[in-house]
Design a protein around this ligand. Structure first.
Ligand code: NAI
Length: 484
């Protein structure tokens, strides 16, 4: 006799494990099925290990370049031990995945290892090394995520052609790396490898790095820093093929109207991710997909089959862990009978490059496209913030965009130190329908990086204290000069 659960979650990433915990908290008999490791891509081979590598590389460059200025002397050479770095990174991953395991157990969730496949909309089989078992549930939550896209001529083998998984597991630094795709993953990994000493060249098919996903003024700051680090950036550059001679690789690319060849030891392929919707026999049970392979869901994340829900990457953009977790809680509460629907005004996004880029709300062109023709835009540079100066991280700014008439905050774009930790204030402001005055009149502690949020709001209102503002124009575009 098969077990019958109230909720069966498929996939234990940040969408699935959160959905399982919340379901169990609500008194629902819950199982979660995972074919690889608890925590999914994010905890095992994505967000968490990449942040470990990024923070190590940042620490390393600060030891090399900033420590001597601060009067801190290191006896002997500062160098990178990739094997030890991997050991430490793995310890970070294990601590996080171990935590998920304990949370699931502590909440009474049944964890099933193996690969799930739907037989019907009420029953699935789970195949594992120890055999096949059948699981029945009243409700299913599909949270099986996404995987890297490949392009013709570049098959990921994790030896020559790496995905993010292979790049995060390197136990030796490649001398030369070609990154194909100047988006989130390519830039995050390209940056930390460049900082550790790899010569990095980026091929981006579009006309800009992070095209369309980040504020272009923010991207410029990052692009300048990448170039300063020695990273070569090729825009309008499409990778076409590669050949291998001995251990050396040579990538051929179309750069504008010209053909170029670039030598490399490894190639990192990061041209986007696609939903894992071709698995699980979803078509067999008649689950509706859109033309890009995402499962079609409504505001309660319900699919066309009334007892099946989908969350996270497989349920559509943005493919971000925190969106998945938010949906996980939402669906558990919907199944428990609560009156919930997805109505977030913003999914904040962070790109962990140097300096970090973080945003909440709309870009300038999106504000106008949505009918806000007159905008007030305030910018405040980190160079004019005491805390940023004292930590020697002064590149970047906070930019706040608000409707010129109502002063309601529509978008916040940050490039600078700890942008990732600053953006939550902006997300809250947007969710609450805050006005510039709400941000400007909230007392922010001194000396903190957070004061830049208050001062950017003041700048939009025309009266930031620590920059000279003139002339003031009604429709935004305030001219600012740093006074640092
Ligand atoms: P992406 O969509 O961010 O960037 C892919 C880039 O590759 C685009 O700029 C595209 O123009 C370029 N491209 C496509 N075909 C190409 C070709 N043939 N030659 C050269 N360039 C080409 O995709 P990425 O970086 O793989 O990341 C996937 C997703 O993972 C992101 O969309 C994001 O949602 C998520 N992610 C989020 C992170 C975060 O929150 N910090 C970190 C890493 C990933």
């Amino acid at each position: 006799m098969a077990d019958v659960f109230d909720v069966c979650v498929i996939g234990a990433g940040p969408g699935g494990y959160v959905a399982a915990i919340r379901s169990s908290q609500l008194g629902l008999k819950t199982a979660v099925i995972e074919r690889e490791s608890l925590g999914g891509v994010c905890l095992n081979v994505g967000c968490i290990p990449s942040k470990a590598m990024i923070s190590a590389s940042h620490f390393y460059t600060r030891m090399l370049h900033d420590a001597p200025t601060m009067g801190l002397k290191v006896k002997g050479e500062v160098s990178v031990d990739m094997k030890q770095l991997q050991t430490w990174k793995q310890s970070v991953v294990e601590r996080m995945t171990g935590g998920v395991s304990q949370l699931l157990k502590g909440n009474g969730v049944t964890v099933i290892s193996g690969e799930a496949n739907f037989k019907t909309a009420k029953e699935l089989t789970v195949n594992s090394k120890s055999g096949t078992q059948t699981v029945q549930a009243k409700n299913f939550i599909i949270a099986t995520g996404s995987r890297p896209i490949e392009i013709p001529g570049f098959k990921i083998d994790e030896t020559d052609i790496l995905s993010s998984t292979g790049a995060l597991a390197l136990s030796e630094l490649p001398k030369r790396l070609v990154v194909i795709g100047g988006g989130y993953i390519g830039l995050e990994i390209g940056t930390f490898l460049a900082k550790l000493g790899t010569e990095v060249e980026i091929l981006e098919a579009g006309g800009a790095l992070l095209g369309g996903v980040a504020d272009s003024d923010c991207v410029q700051v990052v692009e300048r820093k990448l170039k300063k680090m020695g990273v070569k950036i090729h825009l309008n550059a499409k990778a076409q093929s590669f050949k291998k001679t001995g251990k050396a690789l040579e990538v051929t690319a179309q750069v504008g109207s010209e053909s170029a060849t670039i030598k490399a030891d490894k190639i990192l392929l990061t041209v986007g991710r696609r939903p894992n919707s071709d698995q699980l026999n979803l078509k067999g049970i008649g689950l509706g997909l859109d033309e890009r392979g995402f499962i079609k869901v409504n505001a309660q994340r319900k699919t066309n089959l009334p007892n099946i829900f989908a969350i996270g990457d497989i349920a559509g953009q943005p493919m971000l862990a925190h969106k998945a977790s938010h949906e996980g809680v939402l669906v558990a509460e919907v199944i428990a009978g609560q009156n919930r629907a997805y109505d977030a005004k913003t999914v904040p996004a962070v790109i962990f490059v140097d300096p970090e880029i973080a945003s909440a709300g709309w870009l300038e062109n999106e504000c106008r496209a949505k009918g806000h023709q007159e905008l007030k835009i305030g910018r405040f540079p980190f160079a004019a913030n005491g805390r940023a100066v004292s930590v020697m991280e002064t590149d970047g700014f906070v930019k706040i965009i608000a409707d010129a008439k109502t002063h309601i905050v529509l978008g916040v774009h940050i490039v600078g130190p700890e942008a990732s930790n600053l953006i939550s204030e902006a997300a809250l402001a947007i969710e609450m329908g805050a006005r510039l005055e709400d941000m400007a009149l909230t007392i922010h502690p001194h000396p903190t990086l957070g004061e830049t949020m208050m001062e950017a709001a003041e700048a939009a209102l025309g009266h930031a204290i620590h920059v000279i503002q003139r002339p003031l124009s009604k429709a935004g575009g305030n001219t600012l000069r740093a006074n640092a």
